[in-house]
Design a protein around this ligand. Structure first.
Ligand SMILES: [Fe+2]
Length: 144
């Protein structure tokens, strides 16, 4: 039960992050347009795959995945971002969102390890590994 709640909370955060990233893909301006427009598409495509996996994990565990914009906005710690056109600001927002996701996934991993839920364990640890690498790359882009 606790895992279903935590996965639904994670799902809400992914959905808002996903939509923010689509906004960055559309609204980015400046000389890095071509580079970042493509990079943000790559990111939201990956987020979309994970969104589906998380929702289907909720179903697999016997829950109902959150599926309305209202539920996502009411449950997400990642806040909806509007009208950002600057590349560095987009990337800072992406890094802030990854930080939230990583914390939530580490908390899920603790619960799923205790519950011997190997499926959720494997999913959370894959996401953590991939996103830690993303954090390194986006931070490098920002020269941080
Ligand atoms: Fe596009």
């Amino acid at each position: 039960m606790e895992l279903i709640e935590k996965l639904n909370d994670l799902l809400a955060n992914y959905q808002v992050f996903y939509q923010n990233t689509r906004g960055f893909h559309w609204n980015i301006k400046g000389e890095k347009f071509f580079e970042l427009h493509v990079k943000f598409e790559e990111l939201y495509t990956d987020l979309q795959l994970k969104i589906d996996e998380i929702a289907e994990r909720v179903l697999t565990l016997g829950g109902v995945p959150l599926h309305s914009f209202n539920d996502y906005l009411n449950n997400s710690e990642v806040k909806a971002v509007q009208n950002v056109t600057d590349g560095s600001k987009c990337i800072q927002s992406i890094l802030d969102s990854f930080k939230i996701l990583l914390e939530k996934q580490r908390a899920i991993l603790n619960v799923s390890a205790e519950a011997d839920d190997e499926g959720t364990n494997a999913m959370a640890s894959d996401y953590i590994r991939e996103q830690e690498k993303q954090v390194w790359m986006y931070s490098s882009w920002l020269n941080k």
